[in-house]
Design a protein around this ligand. Structure first.
Ligand code: SDX
Length: 433
C-alpha cells in the first residue's frame, strides 16, 4: 500500500490539527490512517458496528458489496466453486497461492493425518445433555482441545501455528459429526483418511456400524461446494472475534471456540437455521404478503432471515451458487417439488420487487438457500450453523495466522465515548432516598 494523499483535520475552536494519510489497497475503498488522531487531537473516532472502519489490512479475502464480488486470494468465488475443491481452497486461504500437485498431496496428508480426536475427548461429550444444541457442544469441545495439545500452544512459534492449523481444520468435522451422533444416540463413527474431506464428513455424520454407507458423489460434491462457499468472508463478526481473541496471545483453540460462539448468533451464522424456521412459520406462499407486512411494521421485530448484509448491497454471489446447487441436489434426490424451495423462491421474488427491500438494498445472502440444500441432504436444522463453523474454521485460522505473522500486531483494545454519570461521592445506605 502506498499512501500519498492525506486529509487535514482541524478541531473547531482550537489550534489543534493533524494530517491523516490516505492509504490505498489493491482493491476497494481507500482508508484514512487515524492511528495518531488521539495523540494529535485528543479525540477518538466513533463507529459502533464498525460500518466505516477497517480493523486491519489483509491479503486473504476481498468483497465488493455493491458489485456482489467475492475473491479468495484474488480468485473469484464462482471459479473456485466450479473448478476447485475444499482442501485446495484451504491451502489457498492459508498460504496465498494455489498448490501444485506435490504441495496439494502433502497438504492433504497433513490435514487427513489429524482427523482423529484424543480418545478421552469421547467421554467429554457425556457431560452434555443429549438435546444440547450442537453449537454448544462445538464451543465446548473445540475450546477443550487446548487441554490436550500442549505441544502446539506457542502462538509465536511458526511450527506450532502450522500444526494447530492442521489440527483445527482436520478435527472440527469430527467434533461436529460426533455432536450429531451424540444427540441421536448413535455410536461415533471414526474418520476415514481414504475419503475426501467432504466425503469423510458425510461418512462420519450419516454412517452407522450396522451397514455400509453408500457415498452419493453428487451429495459429496454439494458438501464440498458448500464448504468452499462458507470458508472465509473478510472481517465478519466471528472472524473479528477470532482476531481480537488472538491479539491477546490466546491459543488458537480458544480463539476458534470464540469464533464459533460468535457465529452462533441469528444475525450471523445462526441465520441459516432461522431461515428454515421462518419458512416453516410462513407455511404457504399465500401467507407471504402478510409476513412481509409484519417485517415492514416498525413495531414488529420480524426480520426476513437470510436477507440483508452489512457489506453486500447486491445479490450475495454465494447465494446464487447455492440456489443452483439446490436444484442439482433436489434433482439427484428425486425431489421434484420441494415446498420449502418453492416458498423460498416465491418469497425472494416478492421481496425483490417490494419497495421496502429495494430501498434498503436487501438481497438474499448465503444463508437464504443453504438451509434448504442442507435439509434436503438429511442434516437436521440444528446442525446448519455447526456446518457453517466446520467450513469457516479454515477462514478463521487463516486470518488468525495472518495476524500473528504481522510484525505490527498488537492487542486490540477499542475505546468508547463515556455517557454515564460524572464523578460523584459514595452515599451511605442510611442517607439514600
Ligand atoms: C452472515 O458479515 C458477513 O460477512 C457475514 C456472513 C459471513 O459469511 O461471515 O456473510 C454470514 O452472517 C450473513 C447474514 C446472515 N444474517 C441474516 O440473514 C439475518 C437477517 N439480516 C439482518 O439481521 C441484517 O441484514 C444483518 C445483520 C445481516 C446486517 O445488518 P446491518 O448491516 O446492521 O443492517 P441494518 O440492521 O442497519 O439494516 C438496515 C435497514 C434497517 O431498516 P431501517 O432502520 O433503515 O428502517 O434494513 C433493515 C433494518 O431494519 N433490514 C432488514 C433486514 N436486514 C436489514 N429488514 C428486514 N429483514 C432483514 N433481513
Amino acid at each position: 500500500m502506498s499512501g500519498k494523499r492525506s486529509v487535514t483535520v482541524t478541531l473547531d475552536g482550537s489550534n489543534k490539527s493533524t494530517s491523516l494519510p490516505l492509504m490505498s489497497g489493491t482493491l476497494g475503498p481507500d482508508v484514512f490512517d487515524i492511528r495518531k488522531i488521539y495523540n494529535d487531537l485528543g479525540v477518538f473516532t466513533f463507529d459502533p458496528g464498525y460500518g466505516s472502519t477497517a480493523s486491519c489490512d489483509s491479503r486473504i479475502t476481498f468483497i465488493d458489496g455493491d458489485e456482489g464480488i467475492l475473491l479468495y486470494r484474488g480468485y473469484p468465488i464462482e471459479q473456485l466453486a466450479e473448478q476447485s475443491n475444499f482442501l485446495e481452497v484451504c491451502y489457498l486461504l492459508l498460504n496465498g497461492e494455489l498448490p501444485n500437485a506435490a504441495e496439494a498431496k502433502e497438504f492433504e496428508l497433513g490435514v487427513m493425518r489429524h482427523t482423529m480426536l484424543h480418545e478421552q475427548l469421547r467421554t467429554f461429550y457425556n457431560g452434555f445433555r443429549r438435546d444440547a444444541h450442537p453449537m454448544a457442544v462445538m464451543c465446548g469441545v473445540v475450546g477443550a482441545l487446548s487441554a490436550f495439545y500442549h505441544d502446539s500452544l506457542d502462538v509465536h512459534d511458526p511450527e506450532s501455528r502450522r500444526i494447530s492449523a492442521f489440527r483445527l481444520i482436520a478435527k472440527v468435522p469430527t467434533i461436529a459429526a460426533w455432536a450429531h451422533k451424540y444427540a441421536v444416540g448413535q455410536p461415533f463413527i471414526y474418520p476415514r483418511n481414504d475419503l475426501s474431506y467432504a466425503e469423510n464428513f458425510l461418512h462420519m455424520f450419516h454412517a452407522v456400524p450396522a451397514e455400509d454407507y453408500k457415498m452419493n458423489p453428487v451429495l459429496a460434491k454439494a458438501m464440498d461446494l458448500i464448504m468452499i462457499l462458507h470458508a472465509d468472508h473478510e472481517q465478519n463478526a466471528s472472524t473479528s472475534t477470532v482476531r481480537l481473541a488472538g491479539s491477546t496471545g490466546a491459543n488458537p483453540f480458544a480463539c476458534i471456540a470464540a469464533g464459533i460462539a460468535s457465529l452462533w448468533g441469528p444475525s450471523h451464522g445462526g441465520a441459516n437455521e432461522a431461515v428454515l424456521k421462518m419458512l416453516a412459520d410462513i407455511g404457504h406462499v399465500k401467507n407471504v404478503p402478510a409476513f412481509l407486512e409484519d417485517v415492514k411494521d416498525r413495531n414488529n421485530h420480524a426480520k426476513l432471515m437470510g436477507f440483508g448484509h452489512r457489506v453486500y448491497k447486491n445479490y450475495d454471489p454465494r447465494a446464487k451458487i447455492i440456489q443452483k446447487a439446490c436444484h442439482d441436489v433436489l434433482n439427484e434426490l428425486g425431489i421434484k417439488d420441494d415446498p420449502l424451495l418453492d416458498l423460498a423462491m416465491e418469497l425472494e421474488k416478492i421481496a425483490l420487487n417490494d419497495k421496502y427491500f429495494v430501498d434498503r438494498k436487501l438481497y438474499p445472502n448465503v444463508d437464504f438457500y443453504s438451509g434448504i440444500i442442507l435439509k434436503a441432504m438429511g442434516f437436521p436444522t440444528s446442525m446448519f450453523t455447526a456446518l457453517f463453523a466446520v467450513s469457516r474454521t479454515v477462514g478463521w485460522v487463516s486470518q488468525w495466522k495472518e495476524m500473528m505473522e504481522d510484525p505490527q500486531q498488537r492487542i486490540g483494545r477499542p475505546r468508547q465515548i463515556y455517557i454515564g454519570a460524572p464523578r460523584r461521592d459514595y452515599v451511605p445506605a442510611s442517607k439514600r432516598g
